[in-house]
Design a binder for this molecule. Structure first.
Ligand code: AHR
Length: 634
């Protein structure tokens, strides 16, 4: 939270005995009955939804710096890798599809160096994900698999090099020995260079030889220092959202375009060398470094509960597995996945998780069966959901089983609703759950976003989002969880498949959209119940929510009109004492205003503090603004 000014508070919050009357119209009034609780607010309301889209993990959260570390190729050659021939060196690189270090990775890069010496090294370079970020005095940790035809040890030099100057920013070497595959680990440290992403990785030798390479990996420091871990800047942004859960691994990424390209979790656990990688629904290939255990550790790092999406026999291209015997292997696969997450070390899959480095089971309360199965034209979801539901409840009766659409024949514990609309559409949806049957299934809003602005949403979208969230808070007795989607976008050209994404980044920096900051503000003050309240005189572009817990009152105001509005806030029952109020304001001059990677801080919350004395507050709500007022009750 940005604390730019505390003085601003005086302009936004004035204590007065009477509200002014504007141009003869009735003054706007928000009446709050401080001692009249209305409905419960779910403690898990705010969470995250994530999948591999827009280079969310590869080239995003997952901190790997080497792009295409497994040497996939097309007709142009090995993707993202290029040959180096310095001085008089002569070399060529190709894919050797018969040589690889594992069953999963059966190919490698074959570097044939015909001519090379100390002044004329030869090798290959990797361009990274739109560059490689190098920062001053930073330790980089890497590994690679290699073998060579060299008679003696073959020194392989490894360096991070600045694209423009050719300056070596960090370097080390490993000695490749023998004709069999071995893993080599290394570290290198940068000096005082200024932070930049205009860098690449070079691997070179200085003598004629043939060298085979696979799984070339390089990591900067990661969040909580996890090996194979996540980018620190992005994790810190997520932590500020105080998410209660993480819905993973999708989204369409769970389904895959075809059954074979679904999120096949068993192929995404264990050592990286045993992960074959796979094509995603979103037109690019996944390294699968972000596998099932990495998702769970991400949850652990941010104290989120996992909300596990289980593949349910429908893939985006239209393939469907019929309920009944055909579906049974997938049901078993789902049960085993749950066991991997929750099982003790004495269970088959719990033991595999322990082997993978996490002996403690993870707590799991929610599983979701599929994703957006309303797209299944064969209409088989009723049967598929029922089959999964029965099998899961038989083995794990305490698990809440989420359906991706309303189903017949079985009553789901929770139903997942998705919303992608323009600003006006989200204003309308702010009232969506006001009349929802409280005796039916609970609601999970598993994906939602106001889609205005690209690559990240603009301030108009943030207004739509905040308006929508007031409706979710008001109805959080039935809406138990909600998550914006998509969460991430790499802003480089060609990286985005879906616009209006919450957090943007390149190789070096990341930034929050106005919608991101609206969510940070909303999640930073949520009571455990709503209060009886009413509003009048504000028009239809004004939204609010009031929640409270024993120690605080959280008032959220959204003014989507361009003009400011005086509002009398009556906090009936608050008493005559003085209370501190913290006001966070997110504001812009137009709905099209936004943050970008070059201008990340144009629209950020501004914190101010003031006092409330007595029960009536004359507040001026600015135009195009979102505010949270956190009032201390003790
Ligand atoms: O969030 C982008 C996509 O939108 C998700 O993958 C899918 O579930 C939805 O259609």
């Amino acid at each position: 939270m940005n604390n730019r000014s505390t003085l601003i508070s005086i302009a936004f919050l004035l204590i007065a005995l009477a509200a002014p009357v504007l141009h003869g119209q009735a003054p706007a009034t928000l009446n709050v009955e401080v001692s009249r609780p209305k409905t419960a607010v779910s403690p898990t309301l705010y969470g995250l939804m994530t999948e591999e889209i827009n280079y969310s993990y590869d080239g995003g959260l997952y901190a790997e710096l080497v792009r295409n570390r497994t040497f996939r190729s097309d007709w142009t050659g090995i993707l993202n890798w290029f040959v180096i021939e310095k001085g008089t060196a002569s070399a060529k690189v190709s894919v050797d599809s018969k040589e690889g270090p594992s069953e999963a990775l059966r190919n490698s890069a074959k570097l044939e160096v015909k001519k090379s010496d100390a002044n004329s090294p030869a090798g290959i370079l990797n361009e990274g994900y739109w560059g490689i970020a190098v920062r001053a005095n930073t330790r980089y940790t890497g590994s690679l698999f290699a073998k060579s035809d060299s008679e003696g040890p073959l020194p392989l030099r490894i360096a991070l090099v600045a694209d423009q100057s050719g300056q070596v920013l960090a370097k080390t070497s490993v000695s490749v020995t023998g004709s069999g595959w071995k893993e080599y680990k290394f570290e290198m440290q940068s000096g005082d260079a200024a932070a930049s992403s205009e860098n690449h990785l070079e691997l070179t030798i200085d003598r004629p030889a043939t060298l085979w390479l696979q799984l070339v990996s390089l990591f900067p420091p990661t969040y909580h220092g996890r090996p194979n871990g996540n980018r620190i800047d992005i994790m810190e942004k997520l932590a500020a959202m105080r998410p209660a859960f993480l819905r993973f691994p999708g989204g369409n990424y769970l389904e895959g375009s075809r059954i074979e390209t679904r999120f096949d979790w068993k192929r995404m656990i264990g050592p990286l060398v045993d992960r074959p990688t796979h094509p995603t629904t979103w037109s690019y290939h996944s390294s699968d470094g972000m596998g099932l255990l990495e998702f769970l550790e991400w949850c652990e790092d941010l104290h989120m509960q996992p909300l596990l999406g289980i593949y349910a026999g429908y893939s985006l291209g239209g393939q469907v597995v019929k309920p009944g015997p055909d579906l049974e292997p997938y049901v078993q696969e789902g049960l085993e996945e749950i066991e991997y997450v929750t099982g003790g070390n004495g269970t088959k899959w719990g033991a595999v998780r322990a082997r993978d480095g996490h002996s403690a089971p993870f707590a799991l309360r929610y599983v979701e069966i599929g994703n957006e199965d309303n797209f299944d034209r064969a209409g088989t979801y009723d049967g598929r959901y029922a089959q999964f539901y029965k099998a899961i409840k038989a083995k794990y009766p305490d698990l809440q089983v989420i359906a991706t659409m309303p189903v017949k024949g079985t009553t789901p514990d929770v139903v997942d609703d998705h919303y992608y609309k323009r600003e006006q559409g989200m204003f309308d949806e702010a009232r969506h759950y006001d009349d929802t049957d409280r005796n039916g299934p609970k609601i999970f809003v598993g994906e939602w976003a106001t889609r205005e602005g690209t690559p990240t949403p603009n301030f108009g979208a943030a207004l739509g989002d905040a308006a929508f969230l007031t409706g979710l808070e008001r109805n959080s007795d039935v809406v138990v969880m909600a998550a914006y989607a998509p969460l991430f976008v790499n802003v480089n050209p060609g990286a985005m498949q879906w616009s209006s994404d919450l957090i943007g980044y390149d190789a070096l920096n990341s930034y929050g959209s106005p919608s991101y900051y609206a969510q940070v503000m909303f999640a930073s003050c949520v009571g455990d119940h709503t209060l009886d309240s009413s509003i009048s005189g504000t028009g239809d572009r004004f939204f609010y929510s009031v929640t409270a817990s024993p120690d605080k009152l959280c008032v959220k105001l959204v003014n989507a009109s361009s003009t400011g509005l005086p509002v009398t806030i009556s906090l009936n029952g608050l008493g005559a004492g003085t209370h501190t109020v913290r006001i966070d304001t997110l504001k812009a001059n137009t709905t099209w205003a936004t943050n970008t990677i070059a201008h990340p801080d144009r629209i950020v919350p501004v914190r101010s503090t003031a006092s409330v004395k007595g029960e009536r507050v004359q507040h001026v709500m600015p135009g195009y603004a979102i505010q949270t007022l956190e009032i201390d009750l003790k």
